[in-house]
Write a protein that binds this ligand. Sequence first.
Ligand SMILES: C[S@@+](CC[C@H](N)C(=O)[O-])C[C@H]1O[C@@H](n2cnc3c(N)ncnc32)[C@H](O)[C@@H]1O
Length: 399
Amino acid sequence: MNSDQLAAADMTIAPGFNPAAFSPKAATALRTILEKGFYRDSLRLPRPSQHYGLSELSVFLGYFRKQRNCWGYSGLDGVYRKFLRSEKGPAAVYLFDLFWRAQPIQENILLEIIGEDQLGELREASVISSLNGFVHPNIRIIAVRHLYAMFDIDRTRTGDFVYFGSDSQDYVEIIERECAGRRFERSLDLCTGSGVQGLSLAKQSDEVLCTDLNARALSYVKANALLNELGNVRTLESNLFSSITGRFDCITANTPYVPMPDDADAFDLPMRGGDLGIEFTFVLLEQALDYLNPGGIAPIYTSDPIMEKGPLLAEELSRKFGHLPLDFTQINIFRSYPNTERQRQHFKKHKMLAFDDCVLVVRSASRFSVRKRAWHPSYYWRSRLLRNNYAADPTVQKK
Ligand SMILES: C[S@@+](CC[C@H](N)C(=O)[O-])C[C@H]1O[C@@H](n2cnc3c(N)ncnc32)[C@H](O)[C@@H]1O
């Protein structure tokens, strides 16, 4: 698209997505576009960057191993776009721009995949808006395993923002591995957001309950369940367990887990887990034990604060739960360091150096134990690469 076309396409601000308007017909139209346009493959593309770095090698390997690069960047992104265009056709490249980078594309590209009627369904469902021959996205979409998940574009939307990050995606993969081969009668996904973890359990559960404080997130869960043709997903507005009754065989939660100061303008994402990042998780864990069936499993996404004197999570688990017959397996994913002056001050005040993103898998056992392992052998290198080659917002272009 040239600069005049972009200017014309940008003339309007697209209205936001109303998940309650997402219809079964819109779900069919969107699935058709994503499947016929090879959207899963589009996520092998990196975002553009003006720099080359160490991460180029990992992007290269990722692309040819058919893995996702969509959270990363490459100075050679144009080369990968050419590869993908020749492998899967032009639509895959345009869909990456539309539903990952949240950029407008020409309407006739979508019309080549679906007809005017289905395009109209998507407009009516507020998935896209059209202006001057261009289509604007009102949502972003990720493909995770067998699922598609829609989530919000605008990260500055306060209050009812519906989140998805690379943690959400890693978490689905860890849940899948930890719960492989198990069948659940009832599963519960707390802090559900787009619902992606709950939906990922739907095929191995009789029923999945997805809960959140944010009512708009629950509308998203229903829309995402429609998109993925899942009929056994229920939603409930609840502050942690306050409105939940009964017991579950599997409890998941991607908790707010980032260490942040408690002042309103320091966090616009639903991510503050407390001063150390783990305070919310401990409130959740204490209540979760009353809702987990004996023999059940609770993989919970949280963090491990790395204090000046060492990691804190295992120590705190022993202090709070050491008298109970519980097995905790801490699966470390990657390490993050403070990267703004405000975060550095906050970390210094609390004698923290960094924090590890991790999934804590809770199971009943004959006696208390805490074990730790890395999710992936590349844990160390991934932490290093992410430090230099990552922005959580897919629309942010690295300078
Ligand atoms: C980090 S997001 C995770 C969303 C989603 N599970 C994912 O992985 O993308 C945290 C979610 O927790 C929800 N949340 C925060 N505090 C909560 C509470 N006290 N009770 C229920 N949900 C809460 C937020 O609304 C948000 O949707």
